[in-house]
Unconditional design. Structure first.
Lengths: 112, 111
């Protein structure tokens, strides 16, 4: 039982490049989330998926897209990376909206 | 003004001391209150979960919620070096999937 897994762990991009962050959970959870964490800002929600087939914007969605591929997987895509997207990205999942959210280990992204 | 305010610290205490952490919030609809612990270069993990007002105790950890003052606290008794981490408060309304997080307080417990 791995919980929430994320790939890659680290990534360096040049401005304008694109990439997809992958997230998978094996807890049969309905809801999945993408956050970014920046110093002094706490965790900010980028996008979430309340259930398979649905996605909604969070607090900071600009510059990102998401896909809920199936119940287990939720990916985050940066189409044209900018230095302002340098951050640590966390994926999380929960059984329902008000249940405990379980977090993955994070992806550390640097955009040069 | 942020929806959830948390003093980032850092906080440094000797082993065995009581650690006191707190958050204030502005949204009166918040009913679910959580404390997450995050070790360096790791993902946050849930430490305490409380619903509405009151106290909850789990071992050396006590969470308090005062909805009338819009104030929540976490106390760590007999602190250990292994408690050195960043502690994040989080909260949500009953109708909402979204968690609002504080900025996190970094705690160091000195042996």
């Amino acid at each position: 039982n791995a919980g929430v897994t994320q790939t890659p762990k680290f990534q360096v991009l040049k401005t304008g490049q694109s990439m997809t962050l992958q997230c998978a959970q094996d807890m049969n959870h309905n809801s999945m989330y993408w956050y970014r964490q920046d110093p002094g800002m706490g965790l900010r929600l980028i996008y979430y998926s309340a259930s398979e087939g649905t996605t909604d914007k969070g607090e900071v969605p600009n510059g990102y897209n998401v896909s809920r591929l199936n119940k287990r997987e939720f990916s985050l895509r940066l189409e044209s990376a900018a230095p302002s997207q340098t951050s640590v990205y966390f994926c999380a999942s929960s059984g329902t909206g008000t249940d405990t959210q379980y977090f993955g280990p994070g992806t550390r992204l640097t955009v040069l | 003004q942020k929806e959830v305010e948390q003093d980032p610290g850092p906080l440094s205490v000797p082993e065995g001391a009581i650690v006191s952490l707190n958050c204030t919030y502005s949204n009166s609809a918040f009913q679910y209150f959580m404390w997450y612990r995050q070790y360096s270069r790791k993902g946050p993990e849930l430490l305490m979960y409380t619903y509405s007002s009151g106290n909850k105790e789990d071992g050396r950890f006590t969470a308090q919620v005062d909805k009338s003052s819009k104030y929540i606290s976490l106390f760590i008794r007999d602190s250990q070096p292994s408690d050195s981490a960043t502690y994040l408060c989080a909260m949500s309304a009953f109708y909402d999937y979204k968690l609002s997080f504080g900025a996190g307080t970094t705690v160091t417990v000195r042996a």
